[in-house]
Write a protein of this length. Structure first.
Length: 289
């Protein structure tokens, strides 16, 4: 099994996908994830087809398979609540089109927060939004991310993810993205990841699992906080994360979303540590070098 590993990278208005590829290569990644614009707003630049072509060529030359590349939908989009519901659905539709223009196949989406409506009403909203946004001609899979359960977040357990998938009509266009920090914070014990995968398989089905975010956590299991930590420096720890990364059943893209240190991306050093399976306790110093 070849390790498919990368990190969050930027996507700028000027350099677009080409800039993202160059950044990923700097970290010695063979995949990457990006937002098509700022995650906290819905302003989006027009896709430049020339930049996309150049990016695809660069990816081919460097053995980055576009099928492993991920777009993260902006977290400002909340499909679970009634506020701005139509706007959010329309934005998601447009985002799907942008992603298709880029040739990317996988979109990670936070299911949303019900903000007082209750879990069931929230799930109902998410399901109708997805059914409105997706259509047969689409060539993307929307991957629902497992959440930490902060506030009124939906997707904090596999049962909620399952309920959403059950309601989606186009089942071949829906998937799941696990996030190790979120799983930990939601109360899943990551000591034996095969047990977590067994439970996921029983409730949702492993075939839906398309992506995994690899993050350590600043908080203890079940804290429902969602604060990412650098690999090996949090409460999950290096050994458990390595066991997850190298689990034979997870032949899917693995993406780091760990925090920057003094304004610098930690990804090159973290990916090196993961490839060597050896914890570097001086990681934070090495990043600054
Ligand atoms: Fe996310
Ligand atoms: Fe994540
Ligand atoms: Zn998170």
């Amino acid at each position: 099994m070849e390790l498919i590993i990368g990190s969050h990278v930027s996507f700028t208005k000027d350099e677009q996908l080409k800039g993202s590829v160059i950044e990923a290569l700097k970290y010695e990644s063979n995949t990457f994830m990006f937002y098509t614009g700022a995650p906290q707003n819905t302003l989006r630049a027009k896709i430049d087809d020339n930049k996309t072509k150049e990016a695809l060529k660069l990816m081919e030359e460097n053995n980055i398979n576009i099928n492993n590349v991920i777009v993260h939908a902006p977290y400002i989009i909340n499909l679970a609540n009634n506020n701005n519901f139509d706007f959010n659905v329309r934005f998601l539709k447009e985002e799907i089109k942008r992603v298709e223009l880029l040739g990317v196949k996988l979109i990670v989406l936070h299911p949303g927060s019900h903000i007082g409506l209750g879990v069931d009403a929230g799930i109902k909203n998410i399901v109708s939004a997805l059914n409105m946004a997706l259509d047969k001609s689409n060539n993307v899979i929307i991957c629902l991310e497992t959440m930490a359960g902060k506030g009124t977040e939906i997707g904090k357990c596999f049962e909620e993810i399952k309920k959403i998938i059950d309601g989606v009509e186009l089942k071949d266009k829906i998937g799941v993205c696990m996030d190790t920090c979120h799983l930990n914070d939601a109360g899943y014990d990551l000591s034996n990841f095969d047990e977590v995968l067994d439970e996921f398989d029983k409730i949702v089905g492993l075939k839906y699992l398309k992506v995994i975010h690899i993050n350590d956590s600043k908080n203890v299991m079940g804290a429902r906080k969602d604060r990412h930590e650098n690999i090996g420096f949090g409460t999950i720890g290096f050994d458990k994360l390595i066991n997850i990364i190298y689990n034979e059943r997870l032949n899917i893209p693995k993406l780091l979303e760990t925090p920057y240190y003094n304004g610098l991306a930690p990804y090159k050093e973290e990916i090196k540590m993961i490839r060597e399976k050896k914890f570097n306790e001086n990681l934070l110093d090495d990043i600054s070098k």
